[in-house]
Ligand binder design. Structure first.
Ligand code: PBG
Length: 326
């Protein structure tokens, strides 16, 4: 008896590269950059080894470091000098992200993406304007339609500063259309829009919320971010955003949601993005620190798996390390 099928024939070193279905390159990756208005020095982010919050004066240098590794795209997050109930520093012309983007786009060739959300800028830490009674009644958190205008203003202010792409992450219904219309009205029809179309209410964002100081002061985000139990709903979210004019559809987090990345890949012709989030980064680092996992190998396998599932581009804190090794 001989086996009729012998897939092992295609696993020799000579042929493996020829039949490899997926590859990773620096041009697939987007590196997150944190710009902090409360410091004039670089501050390491404890929960994300290798990452720092940098002052606006260091933003260009930070982006040049990213570009030296071969990664050309950055997504900029801001830590403002002050917070208030309406997140006004998110859409201020002299806000931390606006100042940073102005310099980065003037002084580097990086492709600059602005994260559009209010949670780092509101004193209550929610992603929009909240109801008066939200603190006592947690089912009433973000006022959807009142928030749309502020998100649109944020996006336009980032585009005015020179952003090439804006990425709304607030999970406000109608945000893609509100932002697209506002960008077009302001003459920014060339600015692209990547929607965090399918963003789950995930515990994997923990380290980011420390890094960007954006944890909700009370309650959680389950009344606007998606329920991790839901898969069909992801297609509905993505379809709405596609119809509203999103250029790129994102799934976030990445690794726990590969089924959803695969679903979107099959259903849409749009480029699909995956966000390999802070918790996915932190857990590999923590295990590697204990000697339990090989950091480089598991990071590479994680990102390769996101591509295999169907992602065209990946936002990841591993971008620089990986690009350097490719
Ligand atoms: C802003 C935003 C968050 C992340 C990206 N944009 C935080 C959140 O929704 O709580 C998380 C990114 C990460 O964990 O790496 N809304």
């Amino acid at each position: 008896m001989h086996p009729t099928d012998r897939p092992r024939r295609l696993r020799t070193d000579g042929v493996r590269p020829l039949v490899s279905e997926t590859s990773l390159s620096a041009s697939d990756l987007v590196a997150p950059v944190f710009v902090d208005a409360t410091t004039d020095e670089r501050v390491p982010i404890e929960t994300m080894p290798g990452h720092e919050r940098v002052p606006v004066s260091e933003a260009v240098a930070r982006v040049e470091e990213v570009r030296e590794t071969g990664v050309e795209a950055v997504i900029v997050f801001g830590i403002p000098e002050s917070k208030d109930s309406e997140g006004t520093r998110a859409y201020a012309e002299d806000g931390v992200v606006q100042r940073a983007i102005r310099r980065i786009s003037a002084e580097t060739d990086a492709y600059v993406i602005g994260d559009v959300c209010l949670c780092e800028y509101t004193d209550h830490g929610h992603c929009g304007v909240i109801e008066e009674s939200a603190e006592t009644d947690p089912t009433l958190t973000v006022k959807n339609d009142e928030t749309l205008e502020l998100l649109a203003e944020t996006a336009v202010s980032q585009a005015d500063a020179g952003a090439d792409m804006v990425a709304p992450s607030a999970m406000t219904d109608g945000q893609v259309r509100a932002i697209r219309d506002a960008l077009d009205d302001a003459g920014h029809e060339a600015v692209a829009l990547m929607s965090y179309a399918v963003k789950y209410e995930s515990a994997f964002y923990g380290p980011f919320r420390d890094a960007a100081d954006g944890a909700p002061a009370f309650g959680d985000r389950r009344h606007y971010q998606m329920d991790p139990a839901n898969r069909r709903e992801a297609l509905r979210e993505a379809r709405i955003d596609a119809e509203e004019g999103a250029d790129v559809l994102m799934v976030k987090p990445g690794l726990p949601y590969l089924d959803v990345v695969g679903d979107l890949r099959r259903e849409f012709d749009h480029p699909i993005a995956a966000y390999n989030v802070s918790g996915e980064y932190a857990m590999l680092h923590a295990a590697a620190e204990k000697g339990w996992l090989d950091l480089e190998a598991t990071a590479h396998e994680s990102l390769l798996s996101l591509k295999r599932a169907g992602a065209d581009l990946i936002i990841t804190y591993f971008a620089e390390d990986l690009a350097e090794r490719l």
